[in-house]
Design a protein around this ligand. Structure first.
Ligand code: AMP
Ligand code: ZN
Length: 115
């Protein structure tokens, strides 16, 4: 059903990615266009379009995504200095891939507010 979704293709290993973490529910891999020294994407293996489309039944996977972000940040040694977790959602946030994903961005100081 999600044959043309680029992140489903990454889950199925039909296109390569640089994986940092994988379990039954999640995949974490390096962003192809990093915005900081560390830029990882964490996705559920289940195809969910966006944060705007989640349902009550997605509660567990949403929790796992944030736990995954915390683990990946520790693994890549950005946890203590700090990092940013971003879920771009729909047009105003410039979501470009419609398979929900958590950006974990770190390795440099960041500004606020975001652009
Ligand atoms: P967003 O704008 O939040 O939808 O983010 C989509 C992200 O996916 C961008 O940061 C892209 O650089 C990244 N991306 C797109 N295609 C790939 C790919 N094949 N492998 C890794 N990251 C990708
Ligand atoms: Zn997908």
């Amino acid at each position: 059903m999600y044959e043309n979704c680029i992140f489903c293709k990454i889950v199925r290993k039909e296109i390569p990615s640089n994986i940092v973490f994988e379990d039954d529910d999640l995949l974490a891999f390096y962003d192809i266009n990093p915005q900081a020294p560390v830029h990882i994407l964490i996705i559920p293996k289940k195809h969910i379009l966006s944060l705007a489309e989640v349902r009550e039944e997605d509660q567990e996977i949403l929790g796992k995504l944030l736990l995954g972000a915390s683990k990946v940040a520790k693994k890549l040694a950005i946890s203590e200095d700090g990092y940013r977790v971003v879920i771009n959602t729909n047009r105003d946030a410039q979501q470009t891939v419609f398979h929900i994903h958590v950006h974990v961005i770190g390795g440099r100081p960041m500004s606020w507010p975001p652009g």
